[in-house]
Design a protein around this ligand. Structure first.
Ligand code: URP
Ligand code: ZN
Ligand code: ZN
Length: 461
C-alpha cells in the first residue's frame, strides 16, 4: 500500500528539516514541503508524524541468529530476531555466517541463507565467516562473493573452534584485497586468552566475574594491533568488531592514521553496561558474559567520546541470544563454559537514543550515522541508510516523547526468544512508533504488523 508520512522532522546523518515523504512502492518517490494526499495513489496510508522524528531504517551490522556455539545454539530464529529488530527500529540485519572449521563455506552459506529467506520480516545480508582457508575454501569464497556477499568475518579468538591462524588470516586478507571486500574481525589474542583461562580456573576462580580478567584490555589491543599489521601488509580493508576499550580503539586509530583502511565498531552493551554487572549474585552475572568482555566503568565515557568524535564508525549489537536458565547455566562450574553473548538487537536504537541523544553525549546526526548510514556505506548496502528520493522506503517514525520500560515479561520491548533481558527494568525515553521496510508498514503505533518472509537479501555494491 502506498505510504505518505506527513509533518515529520527528517533527520539524516547530515540533514535536519521538516517535510512530507511519499512512497508509491519500494522506494521513496517524493520528498516535498507539503504533499497533498489527493496527489497520491488511491488507498495511500497517511501517517501523521507531527512532533516525531523520521529516521532512515536502522542497520545492525553485527548479529548472530543461527549460531552453533560453545556446545549449544543461539535461541532466536529469523522470525523472532527480525520481529525484535523491527520493533526496535532496525530494518536491516547483517548476520555472521559461522561455519565449523571442517565445514565447506558454500554449504554454510546455503544453510545460513536458507534460515533467513522466507522467514525474515526485515531485510538482511551476511558477512561470510572464514574459519578455514585452503584451495577448496578459497574457490568457494570467490563464488560466495559473486553471489553478493561482499564482506568476510574472521575470529582471532576462540582457539580450536572458530579462530584462524596467521597463515589463514594472511591469505584471507590477500583474497579480500583482490576481490575488494571488507574483512570484519574479532580481535583478541587467542593464546593469551587460553593461558589465562587455565590459570584462573586452576586458582579456583570459576565465577562469571573472572571472564574479564581472562581477556583484559591488553589482549584485545594486541589482537587489533595484529590485525592492523596484516591489513597494512596486504592493503586489505578491515573492520574491527565489538571494540570494547580505549586501548583497542587507539590501536585501530593509530593504524588508520598511518593509512590502513580500517573502521571501528562498538556494540551497545559496551556503551551501557560494565564489568560490575558480571558480579551480580546468584549467577546472574552470567547474563553479562560476552567477548570481548564488559569493561571497567571508566571505559564507558571514553567509548562514548570516540563515538561523538566519529572515530568509531558504527554501533552494532553482536546480538548473541542464549537463555539464562538452560544455557548460561552451562557455565555454573567454570566461566569458560558460559555461552558468550548478550541479546540486544531489539534495544540498540532505543538505548542509544535514551543514553546517547537525550543525555547530549551524541547529536542526532551522529546517532543516525553510527546506527544506520555508516554501515550502509562500509558494507555497500544499496538503497539503505538514508532518506532521499530513490532510496529504499525503510523509514522509522520515532516518538521522542514516549516513556516506557524494558522487561522480558512484556512483548512491548522484548520479542527476542531469550528468557531474560540484560536491561530488565531499564527506562526508555523514546521508541519507534511506526516502521516501514521498502514501503510496507511492519510496526504501526508500536504494534508489530509485519509479514514473516517479506524480508529480502540486500543487494551489495
Ligand atoms: O560474546 C560474543 N561476542 N558472542 C558471539 C560471538 C562473537 O564473538 O561475536
Ligand atoms: Zn566476536
Ligand atoms: Zn559476534
Amino acid at each position: 500500500m502506498p505510504l505518505l508520512i506527513k509533518h515529520g522532522r527528517i533527520i539524516t546523518s547530515t540533514d535536519d528539516y521538516t517535510a512530507d515523504i511519499y512512497c508509491a512502492g519500494d522506494t521513496i518517490s517524493r520528498i516535498e514541503k507539503s504533499i497533498d494526499p489527493g496527489s497520491c495513489a488511491a488507498g495511500t496510508e497517511v501517517i501523521d508524524a507531527a512532533g516525531k522524528y523520521v529516521f532512515p531504517g536502522f542497520i545492525d551490522p553485527h548479529v548472530h541468529v543461527y549460531l552453533p556455539f560453545m556446545g549449544t545454539y543461539a535461541k532466536d530464529d529469523w522470525e523472532s530476531a527480525s520481529r525484535a529488530a523491527l520493533m526496535g527500529g532496525t530494518t536491516t540485519l547483517i548476520e555472521m555466517i559461522c561455519p565449523g572449521k571442517a565445514d565447506e563455506p558454500m554449504g554454510a552459506f546455503e544453510t545460513w541463507l536458507g534460515k533467513a529467506q522466507g522467514k525474515s520480516t526485515c531485510d538482511f545480508t551476511f558477512h561470510m565467516g572464514v574459519t578455514r582457508f585452503d584451495d577448496l575454501a578459497e574457490k568457494q569464497f570467490r563464488e560466495i562473493v559473486k553471489r553478493g556477499i561482499r564482506s568476510f568475518k574472521v575470529f582471532l579468538a576462540y582457539k580450536g573452534a572458530l579462530g584462524v591462524d596467521d597463515r589463514e588470516l594472511y591469505h584471507t586478507l590477500k583474497l579480500a584485497k583482490e576481490l575488494g571486500v571488507v574483512v570484519t574481525a574479532h580481535c583478541e589474542n587467542e593464546t593469551l586468552v587460553a593461558e589465562r583461562q587455565a590459570e584462573l580456573l586452576a586458582a579456583g576462580k570459576t565465577a562469571p566475574q573472572f571472564h574479564e580478567p581472562s581477556r583484559p584490555v591488553q589482549v584485545e589491543a594486541e589482537g587489533v594491533h595484529h590485525l592492523m599489521t596484516f591489513a597494512e601488509l596486504t592493503g586489505a580493508e578491515v573492520y574491527v568488531v565489538h571494540t570494547s576499550c580505549d586501548e583497542a580503539a587507539r590501536e585501530a586509530q593509530r593504524a588508520i592514521l598511518r593509512g590502513v583502511k580500517a573502521h571501528i565498531e562498538v556494540v551497545l552493551p559496551h556503551l551501557v553496561v560494565d564489568q560490575s554487572y558480571t558480579e551480580k549474585p546468584g549467577f546472574e552475572g552470567a547474563k553479562y558474559v560476552m567477548s570481548p568482555p564488559l569493561r571497567d566503568k571508566s571505559q564507558l565515557p571514553k567509548m562514548w567520546d570516540h563515538l561523538a568524535r566519529r572515530t568509531v564508525a558504527t554501533v552494532a549489537t553482536d546480538h548473541a541470544p542464549f537463555d539464562f536458565e538452560t544455557q548460561k547455566t552451562m557455565g555454573k562450574d567454570a566461566f569458560t563454559k558460559i555461552p558468550n553473548g548478550i541479546p540486544s538487537v531489539e534495544n540498540r536504537v532505543d538505548l542509544l537514543f535514551t543514553h546517547g541523544v537525550t543525555t547530549g553525549k551524541i547529536d542526532l546526526h551522529t546517532f543516525v550515522d553510527c546506527a544506520s548510514t555508516r554501515a550502509a556505506g562500509i558494507f555497500g548496502l544499496k538503497g539503505k541508510g538514508t532518506i532521499a528520493v530513490g532510496a529504499d522506503a525503510d523509514l522509522v517514525v520515532y516518538d521522542p516523547a514516549y516513556r516506557g520500560k524494558i522487561s522480558a515479561k512484556s512483548k512491548t520491548h522484548h520479542n527476542m526468544a531469550t528468557d531474560y533481558s540484560a536491561f530488565e527494568g531499564w527506562d526508555l525515553r523514546g521508541r519507534s512508533d511506526t516502521v516501514s521496510v521498502r514501503g510496507q508498514i511492519v510496526v504501526r503505533g508500536g504494534t508489530f504488523v509485519g509479514k514473516s518472509g517479506a524480508g529480502r537479501l540486500v543487494p551489495r555494491g
